[in-house]
Design a protein around this ligand. Structure first.
Ligand code: SF4
Ligand code: SF4
Length: 394
C-alpha cells in the first residue's frame, strides 16, 4: 500500500542530516559529484532532499503554514531519486516517497501551486494534462490497430499521443515490422504519473482504476510502453495502490526489444555510422527497485545500441543509477520551466563533452526537455529516441 506522510515519521526524525543525498554514489564516481538538480539550481539547503525531509517533519508537527516559498521548495523536486540512491548506502530512506507523501498532505490542505490546480482539472476532465481533446488521442495511430482485439497493447501515454508523436509512430512502425499483433486502446487515459508525482493521489488512483479495467475488459495480457513515466506508474504505483495481481505483464519497449533480440527474433540490417551517448531516464533507472535495491533497466538499451552495426556507444561520467536527471519530472516542467531546461542543459553539456554525434534516450518527456535545451542553448548535438535508431536499423 502507498504510504501516507505520517507513516514516514520515524524515517524523517532519524535523518542524520549527513547530506550524503546531495552527491552521487562516491564509491562508483570516486569523487564528490552533485546529484540534486533542485539543490544545485537554488543553491540553498532547503532545496536539497535533506531540506525537504526537514519540511516534512515541520509540516507533520504543524510548525509551518502555507506560503509561496514552501510550495516552491516542495514542488521544485523532480522526484529523480538521486537522493534516495545515496541515502540507500547510509540509512535507506525512501526520500522520494517522503517528498510525494508531503505533497499529498499539502494537496489535502489545499497548499498546491496554482499551475498544478489547472493541471489537475485538465487531467480530470480531458484525461490528459495537456488540455487536449480526448477524442484526438489516437488521431496519429494506424486505424487497423485501434481496439483491434489483440492481446498485446501499446500504451502510448499522453506525451507521445499529443506532443512527441514521432515516438509513438516509430514505436508502432517497429511493432508492425517485427510482426507483433498489437492494439492501441482508444479509451486509454493518462496513466496518472503527473498526478501521483505531485501528491494528487486520489485522482491518480481513479485514472489507474480506469486503465486497469480497460486492460481487463479487452483481455490484454501484456503491455508495451515507450514512455518511461507510464511504465514506472503501471509497474510500481498501480501495484502499490491496488495490492493485487493486475493480470497483465508490463514491458518498457527496450525490455521488449531486448527480449526479442535474445530470442533471435530481432536483427539489425542497416548500419548507422554514429557515435552516441545514452541518457538513463530516472523512471526506468533509479525508480525501478527489487527488494529495496535499485534494479533499473540499464543493460537493455545499451545492448540494443551496441547491436546496431556502426553505432559506437560512449558513456557520460554520470550514468545508470548515477545519471543526472533531465530536469522535467515531478511536475517541474509545468511549473518551473527555466529550472527544468537549465537542468537539461547540464546534461547536454555532459553529452557534448563525450564528443558523441547524438544523445539517445528512451522517454518522450526526457526527449522534449533535452531537445528544448539543445535548441535554446544552441548545442551542436542531435537527439534521438532509441526507437528512432532501432527503426532505421531494421
Ligand atoms: S542521506 Fe538520508 S540520512 Fe543523510 S541527510 Fe540525506 S535523507 Fe538524511
Ligand atoms: S529527488 Fe532529485 S531533485 Fe528531488 S530532492 Fe532528491 S535529488 Fe533532489
Amino acid at each position: 500500500m502507498k504510504k501516507k506522510l505520517e507513516d514516514y515519521w520515524e524515517d524523517v526524525v532519524t535523518c542524520g542530516h549527513c547530506r550524503a543525498c546531495t552527491v552521487m554514489n562516491w564509491h562508483v564516481m570516486e569523487e564528490w559529484v552533485p546529484s540534486c538538480p533542485a539543490g544545485e539550481y537554488w543553491d540553498w539547503e532547503a532545496f536539497y532532499c535533506v531540506g525537504r525531509i526537514e519540511m516534512a517533519r515541520a509540516v507533520m508537527e504543524d510548525e509551518l503554514e502555507n506560503s509561496e516559498l514552501l510550495q516552491e521548495i516542495v514542488y521544485s523536486c523532480t522526484t529523480c531519486g538521486a537522493c534516495a540512491a545515496t541515502c540507500l548506502i547510509f540509512k535507506g530512506m525512501d526520500t522520494v516517497g517522503v517528498i510525494e507523501a508531503l505533497r499529498e498532505e499539502m494537496v489535502k490542505r489545499e497548499w498546491m501551486p496554482p499551475r498544478h490546480i489547472q493541471l489537475v482539472k485538465d487531467t480530470e476532465s480531458l484525461h490528459n494534462p495537456y488540455a487536449e481533446k480526448h477524442e484526438s488521442r489516437v488521431e496519429w495511430a494506424p486505424k487497423d490497430v485501434i481496439d483491434s482485439g489483440a492481446k498485446t497493447a501499446y500504451f502510448v501515454g499522453c506525451t507521445s499521443s499529443y506532443r512527441q508523436k514521432d515516438i509513438a509512430k516509430t514505436t508502432a512502425d517497429i511493432l508492425k515490422k517485427i510482426g507483433i499483433e498489437y492494439t492501441i486502446l482508444k479509451d486509454e487515459w493518462c496513466c496518472g504519473s503527473p498526478l501521483l508525482r505531485t501528491g494528487n493521489t486520489e485522482l491518480g488512483k481513479k485514472l489507474a482504476k480506469h486503465n486497469i479495467e480497460l486492460m481487463k475488459e479487452n483481455g490484454i495480457e501484456e503491455i508495451v510502453f515507450s514512455c518511461a513515466g507510464c511504465y514506472r506508474t503501471f509497474r510500481t504505483d498501480y501495484q502499490e495502490m491496488f495490492d493485487e495481481e493486475l493480470g497483465f505483464k508490463v514491458y518498457h519497449i527496450v525490455e521488449y526489444l531486448y527480449k526479442l533480440m535474445k530470442d533471435g527474433k530481432l536483427e539489425f540490417k542497416n548500419p548507422i555510422n554514429m557515435k552516441v551517448t545514452y541518457h538513463d531516464p530516472c523512471h526506468i533507472g533509479r525508480h525501478i527497485k527489487k527488494n529495496g535495491l535499485i534494479k533499473g533497466i540499464f543493460k537493455e538499451p545499451r545492448k540494443i545500441l551496441e547491436a546496431i552495426p556502426g553505432i559506437e556507444l560512449i558513456e557520460m561520467p554520470r550514468n545508470k543509477e548515477n545519471a543526472w536527471c533531465c530536469g522535467a519530472g515531478g511536475g517541474v516542467k509545468a511549473t518551473f520551466r527555466d529550472f527544468a531546461v537549465e537542468t537539461a542543459n547540464d546534461r547536454i553539456k555532459e553529452a557534448v563533452e563525450t564528443e558523441a554525434d547524438a544523445l539517445v534516450s528512451t522517454c518522450p518527456f526526457c526527449a522534449r526537455n533535452l531537445m528544448d535545451a539543445i535548441e535554446e542553448y544552441n548545442h551542436n548535438i542531435e537527439f534521438y529516441d532509441l526507437v528512432e535508431l532501432v527503426n532505421k536499423a531494421l
